[in-house]
Design a protein around this ligand. Sequence first.
Ligand code: 13P
Ligand code: SF4
Length: 311
Amino acid sequence: MNKCFIGGNVLSIIDDIKRLKKEKNAVILAHYYVCDEVQEIADFVGDSYYLSKKATEVPESMIVFAGVNFMGESAKILNPEKTVVMVDANADCPMAHMVTPEKIQEIRNKYDDIAVCCYINSTVQIKAYSDVCVTSSNALNIVKSLPNKNIFFIPDGNLGRYISKEVTDKNFIFNDGYCPVHVKITKDDILAKKSQYPNAKVLIHPECIPDAVELADYAGSTSGIIDYATKSDNKEFIIATEKGVLYELKTKNPNKSFYTVNDNQICPDMKFVTLEKIKNVIENTENVVELSDELMVGAKNALEEMLRLAK
Ligand code: 13P
Ligand code: SF4
């Protein structure tokens, strides 16, 4: 279960959201990790790359972000003229804060010919100090396409190590950031599930620790995992990422079976997003994302470089 509606009349709240969206010219973008009810009513649901691209394409003047802060911030940076509102301003990705500008400067001073490659799960300030942003769905291709010999991959050490194994002609410098949710998916838990379901394929997110990723049949972004399971002839899958993806997996594949690895595959920040809060933020134009021009300019360069290189 990936439910988090806590009270009130669900149908009347959904009707209110539909009405308010029209009145306020609003569109709802949601990540696969938010609750089922929210994914169901969102206009677009996707992985981090899809959502950042979609934010540049939607015609509505208000973007309602059902996700964590770095997602709404990226939407604002790419669309400064739009009103971007977070469903819950406290929904923040801890990993986004796990590197400092001082650390980036230290590495820049130490290495020539370096690209600072910043996972989109990062603060605006960190993006502004970086050369290019990446997401888990485009990191491999973007890093490969960079002319630089040295790559400082921030903030996620696990995603950085995963990419480095596939790109052997570059020198990687890693940061020690991590996703507190994905690091709880252990190798032993996967092996235990695999012995319970020997025919299941293991699909994993590369934010997981390397010895867990090594066991997988496929590693990729949330969209990559959903696409793989949907196209596969296999009928059973062990899903090693946040459990919110199960909603789309089951919707697209009603005749296949999906098993979680353990009981910890829950991102608490993503679960802050509820239908009631969506209604309130649209109605009152609350939690508006506001960023200084100075930070936005630097961060915009890194994000636009990602959109250009990912094409
Ligand atoms: P993707 O949806 O891009 O795979 O990202 C996963 C994630 O952890 C988002 O916070
Ligand atoms: Fe951050 Fe991990 Fe939650 Fe994604 S799942 S928002 S990386 S804490």
